[in-house]
Design a protein around this ligand. Structure first.
Ligand SMILES: *Cc1c(COP(=O)(O)O)cnc(C)c1O
Length: 377
């Protein structure tokens, strides 16, 4: 991949500009004598909460655990019960669905909107049944999946809104939440973040976080992630060990300081692609005005995907597919394989992710656009 003239992603190159700050952060933790919890994790949590515009952030082990802990905490607090339904977008990364089923909750798959590739919020109300108590909204590819329709249906039916914010740290919704916030991670009742190395704010290993305005939920998540213990040697839940390591917290404090530059850079690349790709065989993602997406991926669609990707590869452009097999067609979810989700199935056959990481300059994006325009010309 990295032998490509335009690599899709090269994490060594992504982190190289921060090497000095990352070394300093690692040394600080090594010298601190504090290797679980402590001031580095607490500072990161404060900084993430401030960046998100919520009162509470809890550092955890990864994005999947962040979501599992949110659902588990709602169950411990009696606000969700085993077997309750959760609306999930059919077009998502499988981790979103794994979190739901791991907690004994029942995913109710809803098709995406073809323009946003996100959950089609206008289909949520008709998908509800008496069992459904929550919506997991996924800000896929960095585009906020939140609007007045979703807020309204959640309010009228008393649904908990959980955000899968793994791909959208720093994104802003086009409409405010009832709490008058715009930033993803503050729009619903609780949100899960992932800092997997390829994400917009990547750790140097696995890491995640939960954000919420709800003090009781934050407390339950924190206890569940620490063996179910609220005070030392007192266990109020049958919990787990899902804590954030201080060394990752220290690295993430560096990444958080540079997040706005990274978001601006990704928006610039997206706007270069948007302004220059003009091949009728390639459908571009729409761009909102103002652009609140953080472009974790820039995903185009092409009906002749295999040929398109081969052509791009031959011309030095690395691409990827997010995602080739939707959750309901994975073999672990054979029980959902009979569902009819034609939009999701078609997207899975057509999507192609173009390079948008910090290995890609605006000039590269212009050259890649020209290569795309020459496809089958
Ligand atoms: C990455 C990702 C996750 C899982 O996060 P991990 O930290 O890898 O566990 C969940 N949902 C989405 C949409 C993701 O992109």
């Amino acid at each position: 991949m990295s032998s490509m003239r335009y690599p899709f992603l090269d994490l060594g190159r992504v982190n190289a500009p921060y090497a000095g700050e990352l070394h300093e952060a690692a040394l600080r933790v090594i010298d601190s004598g504090r290797y679980v919890g402590g001031p580095e994790v607490e500072s990161f949590e404060r900084e993430l909460a401030a960046n998100t515009g919520v009162l509470y952030a809890v550092g955890v082990s990864n994005g999947l655990d962040a979501m599992r802990l949110i659902f588990r905490a709602y169950m411990e607090l009696g606000r969700l019960r085993p077997g309750d339904g959760v609306i999930v977008p059919a077009n998502t990364y499988i981790a979103s669905v794994l979190a739901v089923t791991d907690c004994g909750l029942e995913p109710v798959f809803v098709e995406p909107n073809e323009r946003t590739l996100n959950l089609d919020t206008s289909l949520v109300e008709q998908a509800l049944n008496d069992n459904v108590k929550a919506v997991l909204t996924v800000h896929l590819y960095g585009r906020p999946c939140y609007d007045g329709v979703l807020a309204d249906v959640a309010r009228r039916h008393n649904l908990i809104i959980v955000e899968d914010n793994a791909q959208a740290i720093g994104a802003d919704s086009p409409v405010p939440s009832p709490g008058d916030t715009f930033r993803t991670g503050s729009l619903g009742d609780a949100a899960a973040f992932s800092f997997y190395p390829t994400k917009n704010a990547g750790a140097l290993g696995d890491a995640g976080a939960v954000t919420t305005r709800d003090a009781e939920l934050a407390k339950a998540v924190r206890a569940l992630a620490n063996y179910g213990s609220d005070t030392r040697y007192h266990n109020i839940y049958e919990g787990f060990n899902c804590r954030l390591d201080p060394i990752q917290a220290a690295f993430l404090r560096v990444k958080l300081r540079h997040l706005d530059e990274e978001t601006a850079r990704r928006r610039r690349i997206a706007s270069v692609y948007d302004g220059n790709i003009s091949n009728p065989l390639v459908i571009k993602p729409m761009i909102d005005a103002p652009d609140g997406s953080v472009w974790h991926q820039y995903v185009v669609r092409c009906a002749c995907r295999d040929e398109f990707r081969r052509y791009l590869s031959e011309n030095g452009v690395g691409t990827d597919i997010h995602y080739a097999v939707p959750p309901h067609l994975q073999s672990c979810y054979a029980r959902y394989s009979g569902l009819s989700l034609p939009v999701t199935d078609r997207l899975a056959a057509e999507v192609v992710s173009l390079p948008v990481s910090s290995c890609t300059s605006a000039e590269d994006a212009l050259e890649i656009s020209q290569i795309i325009n020459d496809f089958r010309k």
